[in-house]
Design a protein around this ligand. Sequence first.
Ligand SMILES: [Zn+2]
Ligand SMILES: [Zn+2]
Length: 225
Amino acid sequence: MCSDNLDRLLALVGCQNEGSGALDDIEVISQARRSLEAVHLIRLGARATLVCQLTGLGRKTVSDLYSRLTGSPPPRGQLPFTDSWYLCSNLRMLHANVVWQLYQHFEALGHSEAGLVIHVYQTYLQITEVPLLTLTRAYFVPRLISINAWFKHACTHCGLQYIGPLGNYPSMCPACVEYFRHRCRSCGAEIESRRLGRRKTHCQQCHEERYRTRKKVRQASHVNP
Ligand SMILES: [Zn+2]
Ligand SMILES: [Zn+2]
């Protein structure tokens, strides 16, 4: 497909999609829609294997599209499906949670599987100044929930839902973890960062207050065992 034909195809499909959704039943339009989705996915950085999987197009069709759009043959294979990359930093987890929220939002709008990934990832790129997740990593986020590697949790501080694995994972959402990195967990006051030693979780005032409270509780339990 030469680039002129591709542009005409994109224009045609873009135009048809504004009309009746019933046109999707026509095989030609369906094929055109899937080709359009493949173009979007490749431009957003998807690997050929994932494009085939999401659009249902054949490997050869996708490889041809990939080569024409990027000027090089598609790399082989797929990234390993593991959550260890996300867990390396709280900021990555925060981005994964943003992507998950976007999935929640766009799922309700009834896109095709490929369309959903495209809408989520385009929006993610729009709202993040420095995106950390590639399209493939963004695609993996809801998969981690569906295979029970990650679960929904309620943040112990803000109460909002977030996703992450079970176990030693912090009980706060990544946004609160980021917020409290240099702030007191009780009053929110800024805490001076220390180069060495354990990071403080409370300011001096709250730390003393907590100490006094604990002491009172201990004394009371000695009086009334
Ligand atoms: Zn929170
Ligand atoms: Zn404090």
